[in-house]
Design a protein around this ligand. Sequence first.
Ligand code: HEM
Length: 536
Amino acid sequence: MALASVLLTYLASNWLKISLVLVVTYVTRYYYNYYNRKNPLPGPFPLPILGNLLQVNSDFALWADTLQEKYGDMFEVYLGSQRHIWLGRADLVEKIYSASTKSNYFIHQPDSHGGLAELDMADKGLVLNCDLNAWKLNRKFLTTSLMASSFLKQSFDETKARFAEIESYWAKFGHDKEFDFPKWMTRFFTDTTMVMTTGRKATASSAYYQELSRELNNDNNKNNNNKIEPAETEVFLDHLMTWEHSMKFFVLIPPILRHYILYYYNEKFKQNKAWLDEYLFGLIRNRKLEIERTAENVPLHMNVLTLLVIANTPRGMKAEMKIDVPRSLTDKEISSNMLEVFAGGIETTANSVSFILYYLSKHSQYRERFLQEIQSILGDDINTPLNYEHLDKFVFLDAIIKESARLNPAISLFFRTAANDDTIGGMDWDAGTMFFTNFHGIHMNKAHWKDPKEFNPERFLKGADPIPKFALMQFGAGMRMCPGRHWALLQIKTLLILLYRRYEVELADKNAPLNHVYTVVNHVYDLNIKFTPKYK
Ligand code: HEM
């Protein structure tokens, strides 16, 4: 007792000195480890605990490019106390993006803090799944669904239908109006993604149209404060956005902080995920009942949910949905896959279209060549219907899409983690090393591209210089390459063909810069466009 009391008195009267000694010891140890780290690489100088976090630019991708320019194609950055090796040249990422399922780089982001498990995601879905066997099973189901021709054809029809819908709203505003194009695109792809994931028609475009109309009316009648309750789509989207943001929280913040200091947010985010699960479980239950009650000879709407439910059932076999795996997906797995389709599919596709529109507006020679391609495939009459079979013929449009993605990939940066010791860039690395690929850095690297900053779709045409493997990372590569790529390209191509065939498209301000910012996706903003109809 007496000893304890002496100790407490000593601590109380010397707490400042003791704290100072602890801090100095910690900092000394930190920098001792830093200066003795394995394979020291160039990179910004880190601070204890924070690493380089204070230097992060609000646009993460821009920061990555600035660092690559300063430190070269392989350098190091500390995000908190975690060291990351950043790579920005195709040959450096060869092993990381290997297509083999035995790849040493299966894991994107390790669940080292148990946060993903707490959200019930560490072994579900794809992007954050750390369990190879669970991932393989989910991946097989999702890719088979997204690549099924019945799904792609249905998606083509839905894209055309939703395009007709937004055209009808644009026409109501009159065509001398300028449209904030990226905002329309987010709503458009929300609607196509919702119907193609769940079979339910969404209302994002019509809600946006009503919001803009109300704004116009309110300008004329300032007293009109009528508020409209958000529709189901908007409520769902709000929860989806919160879930996407909560991911960083659960991946990066250690449980001791989440559970004791940030408890309120921890619980709020978990409740948000529980709401999403309940919402999606409801859809899954209803769809299973609907399918059971639909006669065998009546065709089903072929959306992601339908395909995940019928795969490996007698009905699925007829729709070529036989998947060679030992079991079906549980409802939890189906709902995780659906969430990822929403999270991965909307903003990536929407912003890709906005970038393309900007480049075509600035480069009239390529826009003209695209218009000629439309005419040569579909003829002079703008009312000739566009068919699914036409899409593969649009080779120049394919080149435009690739070139726009090279200059501004929708996803610019991705993590991969080494499962075992390995050699990368001529150096030996321990298991657990985190590698960070700068896709945009690779796309701008003079080692692979001539005049990399120039928009030139011809580099992707037959007869051009060969493109090195992994020099274009629009959809990533290897075993975890984007499973939604065919679907995304189908929608992008359909929309652009319909748009340019039916309208003269121009920037409202011909000198407007390309405004964009990288959050988890490269977002275009303030891209105002004018559409003049070619139809009478
Ligand atoms: C233009 C549109 C899109 C772009 C640029 C894009 C890009 C990417 C990239 C770069 C990756 C990382 C790949 C890697 O680690 O190697 C990825 C993964 C993924 N994407 Fe996409 N994506 C797009 C559309 C979609 C769509 C429409 C879906 C809907 C199904 C989707 C779902 C996913 C999923 C689930 C993953 C994780 C795959 C895994 O870890 O196994 N993406 N995407």
